[in-house]
Design a binder for this molecule. Structure first.
Ligand SMILES: Cc1ncc(COP(=O)(O)O)c(C=O)c1O
Length: 432
């Protein structure tokens, strides 16, 4: 009876493969505690004031973090923010993109990759993705360019880069700027170059889901002095200080409060020092998983594809399901895995253009600005069917896990593989 219970799917009352809870992922420790204590002992908790002068660019911890980050990523400027979302908006401000402009973005990402464009009154235009890397497709970008296009937001999704050479070539041909949303891929490379440093501006996130984190936080990097300066103005009430700044020779600017606190910066500094260690741990676990699953060669499960020019840091470990070959739907497979103790995300996120905001074209109360107004006669399309690859991934094929993170171990990965074997062995019971 016991053996029977053990071998039955947990979904139908059997014993789950995972019997002990997984270790919690929380990689802030001693070093971060010491750093926070230093800030609290010394004060103040934020070094910013929205006035001209020394404190316009933040306190000592913010500057120290920015210096470390710029050195580590080999860029001229790192500008700290209170999130990647606000850093993305500042990137749009820095590039002077606004009403009447279009920006090409991928629909398969966290919403901010697209809404940063709207935040400055410009229009996001969605391009489809490559079905092997899940990053924005150069061919689809080409098809979306209009006379209004000003920039491309490239999201390096799930831990690896898009086809950046091809995208930069398109950008050059059409005089477009490139923002790399690198929230998910810090430390990964494309042709030996660190992602986030390849486009005109790169953005990183330090939120609680990321490999390195400060609770909330973000950073913008660039080699362009003017973009960095505009980003700093956007971060800290630029309208109030611009005229009084000796090095400001730009047009009007409208800023906000996107400032990072001293405590967040002190934590972000220590976490940045841990980035390589944490990435190495992740990669080792994911490589082990790939090796094991490759040996099983399960019909209907496609493992991550890494183009030869990329290294991957596995923000998520992504698998594609072919329901016909596997013998059950992706959602049933994910449900059965969840019951075994290993939750899988079915589909990642809904394509952004299918959100109500875009379907109703209402970003600012009941108006249709900036989608429809006198200053713009573009025809943005947000219809279902617009990006067939993304829709297929969301509805039927893609599934992912964030299991592979320190301090989880090879033994946890082996249990995950056991759970997959068990579910696959019982796949007939999962048919609709
Ligand atoms: C690709 C991508 N861009 C932007 C963000 C926004 O990051 P934050 O939460 O730091 O604003 C995220 C966060 O999940 C993300 O994954």
């Amino acid at each position: 009876m016991d053996t029977e219970k053990k071998s039955a799917l947990a979904l139908f009352g059997g014993t789950p493969v995972l019997t002990e809870p997984l270790p919690v992922v929380h990689n802030a420790g001693k070093e971060e505690l010491v750093a926070v204590e230093r800030v609290i002992t010394r004060g103040p908790l934020s070094g910013f004031t929205g006035t001209p002068g020394e404190r316009f660019k933040g306190g000592p911890e913010v500057r120290r973090f920015e210096t470390l980050f710029a050195e580590k990523f080999g860029v001229q400027h790192a500008v700290a923010f209170n999130s990647a979302t606000t850093a993305l908006h500042a990137a749009i401000v820095a590039l002077e993109i606004g009403p009447g402009d279009e920006v090409i973005v991928p629909p398969y990402s966290m919403a901010a990759s697209a809404t940063c464009v709207l935040m400055n009154g410009a229009v996001p235009i969605f391009a489809d993705i490559d079905e092997r890397t899940f990053c924005i497709s150069p061919a689809s970008i080409r098809a979306r360019i209009t006379k209004y296009t000003k920039a491309i937001v490239v999201v390096n999704l799930f831990g690896q880069g898009a086809d950046l050479d091809e995208i930069l070539a398109i950008a050059k041909e059409h005089d477009l700027k490139v923002i790399e949303d690198n929230a998910q891929s810090p430390g990964a490379t494309y042709k030996g170059k660190l992602l986030g440093t390849i486009g005109d501006i790169g953005v990183f996130s330090f939120n609680v889901h990321k490999v390195v984190q400060s609770g909330e936080g973000g950073v913008l990097v660039t080699n362009n002095d003017r973009y960095a300066h505009r980003a700093q103005l956007s971060r800290n009430h630029g309208e109030s200080v611009a005229d009084a700044l000796p090095d400001y020779h730009d047009g009007p600017i409208f800023g906000s409060n996107y400032r990072m606190t001293e405590i967040e910066a002190a934590i972000a500094y220590e976490q940045t020092l841990k980035l390589d260690f944490l990435n190495e741990k992740k990669i080792a676990l994911c490589d082990h998983l790939t090796k094991k699953l490759t040996a099983l060669a399960i019909d209907g499960i496609t493992l991550p594809y890494i183009p030869p020019e990329n290294t991957h840091v596995y923000y998520q470990y992504v698998m594609k399901i072919d329901p016909e070959q596997l013998g059950c739907t992706r959602d049933k497979f994910a449900e059965a895995m969840g019951a075994e103790g290993f939750p899988l995300s079915p589909g990642y996120v809904k394509p952004i253009y299918l959100q109500r905001l875009f379907q109703e074209r209402k970003a600012f109360n009941e108006t249709h600005f900036p989608f429809e107004y006198d200053g713009y006669d573009g025809k943005p399309n947000y219809d279902k069917g617009l990006c067939p690859v993304v829709e297929r991934m969301f509805e039927r094929e893609l599934t992912s896990t964030m299991l592979c993170q320190y301090p989880r171990t090879i033994e946890h990965i082996d249990l995950f593989v056991e759970a997959i074997k068990k579910v696959v062995a019982h796949v007939d019971e999962l048919k609709d």
